[in-house]
Write a protein that binds this ligand. Structure first.
Ligand code: APR
Ligand code: ZN
Length: 235
């Protein structure tokens, strides 16, 4: 996967479209029958034959140049996500900074899970300098509230969620660098799109137990990041 140009990555997931439909490209809002409205950096000329492509799995169509521009805007990990339906092509990764994820079982039950013990996950990420994959490369980022402790029931489903969270951690999808919606601070480590329970015996923040739908919600959020049960078995 390394060494592929953005154009080559995008092409890998596209099928040719002979005659574009009379619709607008939802990336640039210009007609698919005309040129891409995207005039950002890194967009070179393309021949007319390959100016529109259809994403192979979901079928959504875009200007080729618009997809290349979108790819260049992301972290260029060889994967592509359809902006319309969020179908993931390749393996999606994030921009979580370096750190540590640990877990162990503690001999207490969570509210709502009286019949099992509890898995405690401990995330630790130190502050650092933003890389090219972050919003402000070269600028420092802060890391508040670490180590962050999170809880799962030590049930069959809880252990499944843990396995998938380990995959998400390896793919750098648990945290990201940006602006905290809680504190308003920018250039800081924030939770990404996968919810964690950070309260053990109470639920003062709304991020505690009981919450009967929690594990299913997390499985759904992991799926939206391209992580499914199959991943947990392999790694
Ligand atoms: N525990 C778990 N999840 C949280 C918490 C919390 N205390 N606060 C917010 N979230 C969820 C939000 O619901 C949202 O989905 O994290 C997502 C991003 O919210 P931000 O406020 O941008 O994230 P962040 O700044 O990382 O979190 C704020 O979470 O774990 C604590 O110590 C951390 O106090 C900090 C708080
Ligand atoms: Zn377009």
């Amino acid at each position: 996967r390394k060494g592929r140009t953005p154009e080559e990555v995008v092409k890998k997931y596209l099928q040719k479209v002979k005659s574009p439909p009379e619709e607008d490209c939802t990336i640039c809002m210009e007609p698919l029958g005309g040129p891409s409205g995207y005039k950002g950096p890194g967009v070179g000329p393309v021949s007319r034959a390959e100016s529109v492509g259809r994403l192979a799995q979901c079928g959504h169509q875009y200007h080729f140049q618009c997809l290349v521009a979108m790819y260049n805007n992301g972290n260029k990990d060889g994967s592509l996500q359809c902006p319309t339906c969020k179908t993931i092509y390749g393996v999606k990764t994030g921009n979580q900074p370096a750190g540590k994820m640990e877990y162990h079982v503690i001999p207490h039950s969570l509210p709502g899970h009286p019949d099992c013990k509890t898995i405690r996950i401990i995330y630790n990420i130190p502050p650092g300098i933003q890389g090219p994959e972050h919003p402000n490369p070269g600028k420092p980022f802060t890391a508040r509230g670490f180590p962050r402790h999170c809880y799962l029931p030590d049930s069959e489903k809880g252990r499944k969620v843990l396995r998938l969270l380990l995959v998400a951690w390896d793919r750098r999808l648990i945290f990201s660098v940006g602006t905290s919606s809680t504190t308003g601070e920018s250039d800081t480590v924030i939770w990404n799109e996968v919810h964690h329970k950070t309260e053990f015996g109470s639920n003062l923040t709304g991020h505690g137990f009981p919450d009967p739908g929690h594990l299913d919600n997390v499985l759904e959020e992991l799926r939206a990041q391209g992580i499914t049960e199959d991943d947990g078995l392999m790694e």
